[in-house]
Design a binder for this molecule. Structure first.
Ligand SMILES: [Zn+2]
Length: 189
């Protein structure tokens, strides 16, 4: 993010502090607009970026079985209220022609997808679509369990509720046994 945009965020946060009836000159919040700008730079660092590029592809034995990465934590901001939603992601795929991606890249892909204003459904689909694009595997499965602060702090005001979303493609959508194997293995508490 360039300095011009960070200044825009600082000024906007100063306006918000004023508008909610607080005093931006109050000693302990004087630095808040600058801190929010720095936090937003990280939280929204992938905004507008379509494709994940930070990966290498490896080749393994042709008959590689299902690859599962479980309980990957993620933090995102809902695009309707700019309030956090967060939880865990499970990702699985069945390699094709022995093509796999480094395991540590899957949590990075999750961050890439999450660090923008979004909704849980889009994050779920985007993780699946990017893996499909990068590896062209036989199938991809993604499941997400998340808590939404815009529901918990306001609106229906129910805390501790989780929202579940899934996306299945290729063999995972055709083969119910495989889908169930994934869902059972990754059952979200
Ligand atoms: Zn929301």
């Amino acid at each position: 993010m360039n300095e011009k945009n960070k200044t825009k965020i600082k000024n906007a946060v100063t306006d918000i502090i004023q508008a909610i009836g607080d005093d931006p000159e109050r000693a302990s919040i004087q630095e808040t607009p600058a801190r929010v700008a720095t936090a937003y730079e990280e939280i929204f660092s992938a905004t507008g970026k379509k494709h994940f590029e930070d990966y290498k592809i490896f080749n393994v034995d042709e008959n590689a079985d299902m690859v599962v990465v479980q309980d990957i934590p993620f933090y995102s901001m809902c695009e309707h209220h700019l309030l956090p939603f967060f939880g865990t992601v499970n990702v699985a795929y069945i390699p094709q022609n022995g093509k796999i991606i480094g395991l540590s890249k899957i949590p990075r892909l999750v961050n890439f997808v999450a660090r923008r204003p979004s909704v849980q459904e889009n994050i779920t689909v985007m993780i699946a679509d990017e893996l499909q694009r990068i590896l062209n595997p036989k199938g991809v499965a993604v499941s997400i369990s998340a808590r939404h602060l815009c529901m918990e702090m306001r609106g229906i005001n129910k805390s501790g509720l989780s929202t579940y979303t899934n996306k299945f493609s290729g063999v995972f959508s055709d083969d119910h046994e495989l889908k169930n194997e994934f869902l059972q293995q990754t059952r979200q508490k």
